[in-house]
Design a protein around this ligand. Structure first.
Ligand code: ADQ
Length: 491
């Protein structure tokens, strides 16, 4: 954390993301309620901004009550201990529909995830995407107090913005982080605006992905569709007289400080079991996700069902709790996914449930971090079964919550996290038997083995925390800034 502050000393830091780190809404009593959205990106970048201050530019989407929050264009946050400014950009309904729901979430999101949902590309969405990227780029330019700020661009909503900012602020250090996977060049090629997207991203000084695999896919995609010079060893791309450094920076979480208000594991176990009305020796599994078709929620429930089929002794003694934050609910694909998930839960509960016994407990709502930690602590097994995921922070949050060094993580091989967390039970989520076996194995794993695995994963996540993620990126940036200064002097 200290390193981070030192790296940025004296530099202005601007973050751009679609999602706002805080949502302000009016309460019935006329006050203002502040909430944190369920988002991996916000979880990670907020930790960094708390440490280094600056300005975070975001769409005021969640703060829907514009009347109230209009005054909250530039808000000092976090509310408990303000350290940076949240600058909101307000989008019209048409802009939000085309740029966010349309191009970003019906086009780019399925394009980059191998989840077998066809991307939808509409020219009208693209037009809004270009327009909104322009609006955010203008906000960055307006907020810049020097000609060389450090700009941190977040995710697939802003592929065109790095180029736009570069044109106005040629000396800026633009670090773009792509939080989702990058597909192979063949798959990416179906995007009708592939050249524009690549050209936009190459306005960045540094472009980061979670894994070497996604980084290589990106280099191959650029090689295929643009006239550039690529140095694969150095992982640099020269294009139009400028150079972009492409790197992998696996994201992580802020290792939680000991929280005196958070009960210990034994208390969490007892409280959660009492709250859902099961006895003290009842076994629990946990899943925490945005309700998204890439997260493998259906496959997870199929694995639970298969496990109950194969292990009749578990029926009545095991409950899987799924906490699912509603997400992008205005899109058809997400509505039908929601319906599919609910129907599946009903079917499995009808099949294996009886009396008070509920095999799958679906809590389809947002929960605070504190509540999530209690569920993580109370459960024997956490299942992360994404069909494809850039990193997946839930896996790391579960590990961080287990100060007792117990608990088993079942983890999809298609997450970035699987590259680091080798001691998890790694599965192919499409292989339902494998998922069922891993779940059962987790539920009956001897304590010594649990501890051995958990201890080693905890050490890794604690060390490679989010500050290291940001620190590595900023260290690379400061080396490049240094080099530019030297070059300028020589010129
Ligand atoms: P996401 O797809 O949002 O992130 P993930 O990394 O799992 O996925 O992060 C989700 C975050 O939201 C976690 O912090 C989790 O605790 C929180 N969350 C989930 N469900 C919740 C609920 N019901 N209530 C409250 N909070 C909830 C994207 C990429 C990932 C990548 C991150 C960060 O898709 O691959 O890891 O960005 O780069």
């Amino acid at each position: 954390r200290g390193l981070l502050e030192a790296d940025l000393a004296g530099d202005q830091v601007l973050v751009v993301s679609n999602r706002e780190p805080y949502i302000h809404t009016k309460t019935e009593e006329g006050g203002i309620k502040v909430q944190r959205p369920a988002s991996g990106l916000v979880t990670a970048v907020e930790a960094v901004m708390r440490a280094c201050s600056g300005t975070w530019i975001a769409h005021g989407a969640g703060s829907a009550d514009r009347e109230t929050v209009d005054k909250l264009d530039h808000v000092p946050v976090p509310p408990d201990n303000p350290s940076y400014t949240l600058r909101r950009v307000w989008l019209t309904e048409e802009e939000e529909q085309g740029y966010y729901y349309g191009f970003a979430n019906e086009g780019m999101w399925p394009l980059c995830h191998i989840a077998h949902v066809r991307p939808v590309f509409r020219s009208s969405d693209w037009d809004q995407y270009v327009k909104v990227n322009r609006r955010f780029a203008d906000a960055v330019i307006a907020e810049a107090k020097t000609d060389n700020p450090v700009v941190l661009v977040q995710d697939y909503h802003f592929a065109l913005l790095p180029r736009m900012v570069r044109e106005a602020l040629p000396k800026a250090t633009i670090i773009t982080f792509w939080h989702i996977p990058w597909p192979n060049s063949e798959s990416f090629g179906i995007c009708p605006w592939r050249e524009e997207i690549l050209d936009g991203l190459l306005g960045s000084t540094i472009l980061g992905f979670h894994t070497p695999f996604h980084r290589k896919n990106f280099l191959e995609t650029v090689d295929r569709y643009l006239e550039t010079r690529i140095e694969p060893e150095a992982s640099t791309i020269s294009y139009g007289g400028e150079m972009t450094q492409v790197e992998d920076y696996p994201i992580s979480i802020a290792w939680p400080d000991e929280d005196p208000n958070l009960p210990d594991v034994a208390t969490c176990r007892a409280e959660i079991r009492a709250a859902i009305g099961v006895p003290a020796d009842h076994l629990l599994g946990i899943g925490v996700d945005r309700l998204d078709y890439t997260k493998g929620i259906v496959e997870r429930f199929q694995a639970v069902e298969r496990m109950l089929e194969q292990q009749p002794g578990m029926v009545g003694h095991f409950t899987f709790i799924q906490i699912a934050a509603p997400s992008r609910a205005s899109l058809d694909e997400y509505q039908s996914f929601d319906t599919r998930v609910r129907k599946m839960v009903e079917r499995i509960n009808r099949r294996f449930g009886s009396g008070d016994y509920v095999p799958i407990l679906l809590k389809a709502e947002h929960h605070g971090q504190d509540a999530l930690q209690r569920f993580f602590r109370a459960s024997e097994v956490c299942m992360v079964t994404s069909l494809h995921d850039g990193m997946n922070l839930v896996a790391k949050e579960f590990i961080a919550a287990r100060e007792d060094e117990m608990g088993v993580l079942v983890l999809s091989q298609f997450t970035g996290a699987a590259r680091e967390l080798h001691e998890a039970l790694i599965i192919n989520p499409y292989h339902i038997e494998q998922g069922a076996e891993a779940l059962y194995r987790g539920l009956v794993m001897p304590p010594v083995e649990q501890r051995e695995r958990m201890k080693s994963m905890r050490a890794r996540v604690k060390h490679f925390n989010v500050y290291r993620w940001a620190g590595r990126m900023l260290l690379d940036a400061s080396r490049l800034r240094q080099r530019d200064k030297v070059m300028t002097k020589i010129d």
